[in-house]
Structures are given as structure tokens and as C-alpha cells.
Design a protein around this ligand. Structure first.
Ligand code: AGP
Length: 612
């Protein structure tokens, strides 16, 4: 999950790369570094350190050679450590001999390669990456041909990689090659550039292409080339970003997370509006044929984290509204559960980044066994998007904060449309019922806006749980599904050990953990479950817990006498997940920001998990 960038062009490389690393820092922020070339001395100078990009900038201010300030070619890296601790030495770039490179991924046979190429004496770090540099340098020493050395290296390394490489004798040229780990690239008047994802490329242009796997990219100042492993030229498949340029800045908010929470009404609206025609779900703009739903009779959602939580909501709705069973699998577990997969299986892969390797592997596993595959994805051109038979793209724009917010609600909005589409193609609902359903969906952006208007009330609630070490979130049915996501948000940005629990299950053990120091967040939006939910809330309160009850407005009458409540704007029960999600996102955000944490970059996390 590291951030990688390479640039060769007319601008000063140090500025382009450092700025790009700041934009990519959400992919990993244990350490940062860059290498600069193209200077007269023909040396490639490396500057790197443990810490953030800001620490790298300070290092550059102190130590950068004068001639490097004029360098116009370089590579950069922000690291999420996989091999070797967080140290200056283990930071990327790494150099062995004439080869300098950065890497995102995991080389599985780096120990064998260290022996085979007798690299022990040459290595300074504990990383698998430095071993690749050593192997490349060994091959380059034989031929002094960069592309030949790369091809030879690709034949011996095993694992996932995005390698961005510089050779001392080619100071204005950058080479790159990938397997699974992503690299996108572009060419503009300012030069040639590549990066782990589009966020860093919006600076110069909205055109880009994905470097195909096992294809060598050769970037020059005013041209770029793609070569197959046997040396044949390949044309890039150019795409256009559907993001506004520079939409990757904070827009005046202190953190991206707050910006992205506030973007949700617009992003949900944008995601829905192009898929509704005359009130009926229509995926023709996505070129998704109805047969993907008609010809399948069992549905599995495979995803991770927040994306998986959308599957829990989808499962609840499918059972309740379509009388249709849906399996929801943690993508990292999917293939190890020996799932029953066939040509009647529809695998729905939900992923913001489209690069989560666990989810990608699940898609490949299901496809190999004949399943139809549908992606619900935010990033065009991503690996999972390219792997799936069909993709519904969320129109959320770049999501930079590690904690996923607008991706969740836009993924949900597409899954709600899938519910309506299945109901139509399977003949379960008439058009009138479908329209009633979509009319409620179209109201969700406004309900989220209403929650945003009440954010100060939620901020006050947040202040009451700042000191908590443990916290329970309790609810039933759809509320329990929504709380799984609310609990993850709080956990990952505030470090409070929050646990979502089915309210009725607490008394079977976990209630033993309830004390006066254990705040409880309860969610009640399902009319039919209110009485039971209130009984469970009384149970935990009688054991000393302080409880805040998020409750649907229409169900809240009189409850303020007995409980500390936050009212959520009314929608039909099945749609209350949207306002509830926004309220719980705000709760997590305010707890984290009031605790003084870097909300966008929580410890130990990275935005995209490209290691299994
Ligand atoms: C959610 O806030 C986390 N950032 C994480 O759980 C994330 O949802 C998960 O890693 C899946 O990422 P994806 O949607 O890019 O596949």
C-alpha cells in the first residue's frame, strides 16, 4: 500500500515529487524518500527518512545538493512497512550499484534471491525491495541494457510489485513494471509521469493509462514507450479521469475526512441520477446487461472493511424485500471457505480503490469457477474494475482519508439500485413498487444533508466519549448492519475499542463487560424492533452504562424524557442506514479530531491494502 511516483520533464523534479508524495501519503506514511537524477554530475542522489513527507521536506531543505535543485527527473515513495522496521535505512528509494528504485508490493522469494545473486554483502536494509535492486544491477552489469535487465529480473522474482526504476547511465529516463500492484501514467507538456494512483496525476492532466501487467514502461521527458516482455511496442489505452482536476485538495476543511463526509449528498446524488430512467433502475450507461441478474440464482458479496459492511446492508434488504438469500464474505476468507461457485453465481465485489488484493483474488477465484462478476468500485481503470465482467462505478470522486465515508454511502446507493433491478428482472415487484423504492432512495442525499446540519449536536455527544477505552454499539436488524460500519469508523480513527453488537445478544455474555466506564451507542430506526431495542438499552443502562440513542425522528416521541437521544431525519426504515451512517461518521470524526489525532492518517493503516 505504498505511494509511488516517478517524473521526468521540464519542471523541477523535487517539487513535483514531494507534492505528489503529499497527495499519495494516505497510501502509507511510515517513511518517505525520493531520488533525483538528470543533474550534471550524472549521479542519482537519494534523500529519505522515517516519518512523514513533511519530515522529508525538512531533510531536503537541510541537505539537498544545489545541483539537485535543478534536477528534472526522479522517483519518490511513501512507505507502509511490510519487510523491515520503520527506519531511515529501510525507507525507499533503494540503490544497489547502478540501479535505484522504489517498490510497492511483496517479493515472496527475496531470501532465495539474496543467496542466488550473492547480495548479502551489498545490502544495507532489511527490505525485499533492495534485493530486487541487487538482482536488477546484476543483470544490468552483464548487458548494460535496462529493458533486458528488467525482463531477466521479472523472470526470477515472485510476488506482487510496482517497480519504478532509474539507471545511473540513463539519468533522464524512468522505467516501470508491475504485477498486481497498480501504476497509472501520463504524458503532457510538462513531461512524463507515473504514480500508484490518479490522485498524484491530476496536477498536469486528466488523461492517463494503466500500465498493463508485465509490460515495461519507458518514460522520457517528451515521450513514453511501452514494451512487451519480448520487446514489442504496445500502445497505451488512454482514459480520461472522471474527477475534476485538483479535486484532491482539502477544500478548506481541516481534514479530508470532514470534507468527504460533507461531500456525500452530492456524491450520492451523482451516483444515483445517471442510473434512473423514469424512476426505474437503468444500468445501460454502465453497459451492464440484465442477464447478469436474470441468469444467476445465488449472490455473494466479497469485500473488505467498510466495503464488506455495505454487503451486510444489501444482504438484509435482499432477504427482507426480495426473499432472496445473499452471502457476504470477508474477501480475505472467501477462497479458503471452499465456497460453492458455479455459472449461476453472481459475485459482487465492492471496493473503493479497486486495488484491494484480497478482493481481487476473490474475483479471480470466482471467475475461474464460472461465476458472473459485478464490481461496485470508485476508481476507474483499477485492477478489480478490469477483472470484473461488469462494473458500476460510484461517482464519489477521490477519497483520500483512510477512513472510508462517501465511498460507503455511494456503494450503498448502487446496491440499493441493484435491489430494485433484481426485483424488476425477477418479476418480484411491479413498476409502481420499484418507483416507490427509488423515490425513497432519491431522498437519501437530503436526509444526509439534514444530519450534517445537526453536526454540532453530534460533536457534543463525541465530547462525552473522548476518554472511553471501550465502547459498544448496539442495534438490531438493519441497525446492527449499519453499526458494524459505525463501529469500524470509531475504532480506526479514535483508537477506542468499539464493538458493534446485536442488542439481543449482549445478555448472552458480553454484557459482563458493561461498566460505568463503558459508553453505549444505540441505534433504533426500525419501527418493528423499537420496543425490544429499548429493553436492551435499559438493560445496559441499569448496569451503569451511559447511553446515547440515535433514533428515527418519527419513533422518538417521549424518549427524550428517558434517554439522551439524537434524532435522525425520517425515511422509510429500509433507507435509514444513510442518515445513520453520516451521524456515526461524524461521531467518529469529532472524537478523533478532538483527541488531536491525524484523522486522515490513523496509525498502522493505509488507504489501499495491496498485500494479503
Ligand atoms: C475503511 O474505513 C477502511 N479504510 C478499510 O476498511 C477499507 O474499507 C478496506 O480496506 C477496503 O478498501 P477498498 O474499498 O478500497 O477495497
Amino acid at each position: 500500500m505504498c505511494g509511488i511516483v516517478g517524473y521526468t520533464g521540464t519542471e523541477k523534479a523535487e517539487g513535483v515529487i514531494a507534492d505528489s508524495l503529499t497527495l499519495l501519503e494516505y497510501r502509507g506514511y511510515d517513511s518517505a524518500g525520493l531520488a533525483l537524477a538528470g543533474s550534471k554530475s550524472r549521479s542519482i542522489d537519494i534523500y529519505k527518512c522515517a516519518g512523514r513527507v513533511s519530515d522529508l521536506r525538512s531533510l531536503l531543505d537541510r541537505n539537498m545538493k544545489l545541483e539537485d535543485r535543478e534536477a528534472t527527473c526522479g522517483v519518490g515513495h511513501t512507505r507502509w512497512a511490510t519487510h523491515g522496521g520503520v527506519t531511515d535505512t529501510n525507507a525507499h528509494p533503494h540503490r544497489v550499484g547502478t540501479v535505484t528504485l522504489v517498490h510497492n508490493g511483496i517479493i515472496e522469494n527475496f531470501r532465495e534471491l539474496t543467496e542466488e545473486f550473492r547480495l548479502k554483502g551489498k545490502l544495507k536494509s532489511e527490505t525485499d525491495t533492495e534485493v530486487v535492486a541487487g538482482v536488477l544491477d546484476s543483470f544490468y552489469a552483464e548487458s548494460e541494457d535496462p529493458k533486458k535487465a528488467i525482463v531477466q529480473t521479472l523472470k526470477v522474482i515472485k510476488g506482487t510489485f510496482a517497480l519504478v526504476i532509474m539507471f545511473a547511465n540513463y539519468p533522464d529516463v524512468i522505467f516501470a513494471v508491475r504485477n498486481v500492484s497498480p501504476i497509472v501514467a501520463t504524458q503532457s507538456e510538462q513531461g512524463s509521469m507515473l504514480a500508484s494512483d490518479l490522485t498524484a496525476l491530476t496536477r498536469f492532466t486528466d488523461r492517463y493509462f494503466v500500465i498493463p501487467e508485465y509490460t515495461i514502461a519507458e518514460l522520457h521527458r517528451s515521450a513514453l514507450y511501452l514494451w512487451t516482455m519480448d520487446g514489442k511496442p504496445v500502445d497505451p489505452e488512454w482514459c480520461t479521469m472522471d474527477w475534476e482536476k485538483n479535486s484532491s485538495d482539502k477544500g478548506g476543511y481541516p481534514f479530508y475526512m470532514e470534507k468527504e463526509i460533507n461531500e456525500q449528498p452530492d456524491s450520492i446524488r451523482k451516483t444515483i441520477e445517471s442510473r434512473l430512467k423514469n424512476g426505474l433502475p437503468d444500468f445501460s450507461v454502465d453497459e451492464i446487461d440484465d442477464s447478469i441478474f436474470e441468469d444467476t440464482d445465488n449472490i455473494t458479496v466479497a469485500a473488505c472493511g467498510t466495503a464488506m459492511h455495505t454487503g451486510l446492508v444489501f444482504q438484509n434488504l435482499a432477504r427482507k424485500m426480495l426473499k432472496t438469500e445473499v452471502k457476504v464474505c470477508l474477501a480475505s476468507e472467501y477462497m479458503y471457505e471452499s465456497p460453492v461457485v458455479g455459472d449461476k453465481t453472481l459475485l459482487i465485489a465492492v471496493s473503493q480503490s479497486g486495488e484491494t488484493i484480497d478482493t481481487l483474488q476473490a474475483v479471480k477465484y470466482a471467475k475461474e469457477r464460472g461465476a458472473r462478476t459485478l464490481g461496485i468500485i470508485n476508481v476507474r481503470g483499477s485492477s478489480i474494475a478490469r477483472e470484473c465482467e461488469g462494473v458500476l462505478f460510484t461517482n464519489a470522486g477521490p477519497e483520500i482519508a483512510v477512513a472510508s465515508t462517501k465511498a460507503y454511502t455511494t456503494q450503498l446507493s448502487l446496491l440499493y439500485l441493484v435491489i430494485a433491478k433484481i426485483a424488476m428482472v425477477k418479476g418480484l415487484w411491479d413498476d409502481k413498487k420499484v418507483r416507490e423504492f427509488t423515490e425513497s432512495l432519491v431522498k437519501t442525499p437530503e436526509s444526509v444533508s439534514n444530519v450534517l446540519e445537526e453536526k454540532n449536536d453530534i460533536h457534543i455527544i463525541a465530547r462525552n466519549i473522548l476518554e472511553a477505552r471501550d465502547l459498544f454499539m448496539i442495534g438490531r436488524g438493519l441497525d446492527y448492519a449499519a453499526l458494524q460500519e459505525g463501529s469500524l469508523k470509531l475504532k480506526e480513527v479514535s483508537y477506542i475499542h468499539s464493538e458493534a453488537y446485536a442488542s439481543g445478544e449482549l445478555k448472552h455474555g458480553p454484557i459482563a463487560l458493561i461498566t460505568q466506564e463503558t459508553p453505549v451507542v444505540a441505534l433504533a430506526t426500525q419501527e418493528s424492533l423499537l420496543k425490544k431495542e429499548l429493553s436492551n438499552v435499559r438493560e445496559v443502562r441499569s448496569r451503569g452504562a451511559s447511553v446515547v440513542l440515535f433514533v428515527k425522528e418519527a419513533m422518538s416521541e417521549g424518549l427524550e424524557q428517558e434517554f439522551n437521544i439524537v434524532r435522525l431525519p425520517d425515511l422509510p426504515d429500509e433507507f435509514m442506514v444513510f442518515p445513520a451512517a453520516c451521524a456515526l461518521q461524524l461521531l467518529a470524526y469529532y472524537v478523533s479530531s478532538d483527541k488531536g489525532f491525524d484523522v486522515d492518517k490513523p496509525r498502522n493503516l493505509a488507504k489501499v491494502v495491496t498485500v494479503e
